[in-house]
Ligand binder design. Structure first.
Ligand SMILES: Cc1cc2nc3c(=O)[nH]c(=O)nc-3n(C[C@H](O)[C@H](O)[C@H](O)COP(=O)(O)OP(=O)(O)OC[C@H]3O[C@@H](n4cnc5c(N)ncnc54)[C@H](O)[C@@H]3O)c2cc1C
Length: 389
């Protein structure tokens, strides 16, 4: 195989998963991560549908299941905390072919542990320049010395630096989906062990997840017609955006909002999608959210990153390392699933924008039809191509 010296930018889900497969096919892999350590935090990521096959082929599905969020139910409540209806989370995971919900940081840790002995990880640095020619790519870093690689892969998420350097400004690829989403650690007397509790007002949602094997996490989402200007590394401004959006919202929301200052892993981002006509440019390609973020309301960011990493390595291997052929076939193989997931958002389930929409959603919860309405009862178990890696 040719082109074995590969640099990956980003060590969250897609980056370490790709590192795993590239290492397995004999590549020499370096991963550079902006954060000084693995970034923890984030909501539960679903390992379901065909991504179960990927994680099983890595031999890691048992570890993922052992570390999964152990929720048994999601309760929908009104402002007086009275129960509207329940979604059986255990049934959902069984019907999903043994799916597991695991916190993003936890999954990142599992993938990092599976690769750290064979892959060079460089934390606290980022690519500052990329210059490619016929035979390789010269890379400069914000801190480290310049190096040359055969291929460079951007697995650096929605705000991908590799995408900006090689494909141009993000605005041309990003489609705002009229919502913002925040994750924080907070406690509330309304949390119930091993259950999620979800409260809505039109265009706002607050969900507390109090699993038995982790801290209480709160997810807040709100509808917003136009994007808000802020720097994605400016956490204080992001906290203020959330305070403003949830002013006056009922249930235990005001108590929760008071606690966001205490959480160093506080996370807020726009619900937006990345839509690109190609995921490669010469010797540089993108994987995961950098290539095709579907937004948290797709519930598919984790599975798309895992399957995409598997397909990218698999197609390179099948093409004997020929990046032109491999990158082209990776795009063709993975794009249909991306389009499907980008077109199927759960916004109406989590953040109905009107009282009427909330009533309809509540009716679906009470009647037990929510799963069917949102297509959660049909896992995709179509076998993935076996690349013989
Ligand atoms: C802290 C965090 C919390 C998240 N929380 C949620 C959530 O609650 N719900 C949800 O649906 N999705 C969340 N996501 C996104 C989710 O992880 C992805 O949708 C999915 O798992 C695909 O992952 P990815 O590896 O492609 O991208 P991401 O998970 O976004 O990871 C990108 C990685 O690249 C790193 N990075 C960024 N810029 C650079 C750079 N210039 N150079 C080097 N490294 C860089 C980041 O620090 C991060 O480790 C979160 C992501 C992060 C980073």
């Amino acid at each position: 195989m040719i082109n074995k010296n590969v640099l990956i930018s980003g060590a969250s889900i897609a980056g370490p998963a790709l590192a795993y497969w590239l290492n397995r096919i004999g590549c020499k892999v370096t991963v550079v991560e902006l954060s000084p350590t693995l970034r923890l935090g984030g909501q539960g990521v679903d390992v379901r549908d065909q991504s179960i096959q990927v994680v099983e082929r890595m031999g890691l599905m048992d570890i993922v299941r052992a570390r999964r969020v152990d929720d048994i139910a999601a309760n929908f409540v009104d402002k007086k905390n009275r129960l509207i209806g329940t979604l059986d989370m255990q049934a959902l995971q069984i019907e999903g072919g043994g799916a597991a919900e695991i916190r993003r940081g936890e999954l990142s840790n599992v993938l990092y542990d599976a690769t750290r002995d064979d892959v060079e990880y460089v934390f606290g640095d980022a690519i500052s320049g990329i210059k490619q020619d016929e035979s390789g790519v010269d890379v400069t870093f914000e801190h480290g010395s310049p190096r040359r690689f055969d291929l460079v892969i951007g697995a650096d998420g929605f705000h991908s630096g590799v995408r900006r350097l090689v494909f141009g400004p993000s605005e041309q690829f990003v489609k705002f989906k009229k919502h913002y989403f925040a994750v924080t650690m907070a406690s509330t007397p309304f949390a119930q062990k091993r259950k999620s509790t979800l409260f809505n007002e039109p265009g706002k949602s607050v969900m507390v997840q109090a699993s038995g094997n982790g801290p209480s996490m709160v997810y807040l989402a709100f509808r917003q017609e136009e994007p808000i200007e802020y720097h994605y590394r400016d956490m204080e401004h992001q906290r203020q955006i959330l305070r403003d959006a949830f002013k006056g919202v009922g249930w235990d929301t005001q108590n929760i909002i008071k606690q966001i200052d205490n959480d160093p892993n506080f996370y807020l981002d726009a619900q937006a999608q990345v839509i690109m006509p190609s995921w490669s440019n010469g010797r540089v390609a993108l994987v995961g959210d950098a290539a095709h973020c579907a937004s948290p309301f797709s519930g598919a960011g984790g599975l798309l990153g895992l399957i995409g990493a598997y397909r990218l390595a698999g197609e390179l291997f099948a093409a004997n390392g020929d990046h032109v052929e491999g990158f082209k076939n990776y795009y063709a193989a993975h794009r249909p699933l991306v389009l499907e997931k980008q077109g199927h958002l759960f916004t109406g389930m989590f953040v109905p924008s009107t009282w009427w929409g909330t009533k309809l959603r509540n009716g679906l919860v009470r009647s037990g039809l929510l799963k069917r309405f949102f297509g959660l009862d049909k896992p995709n178990t179509t076998p993935l191509t076996d690349y013989g890696m």
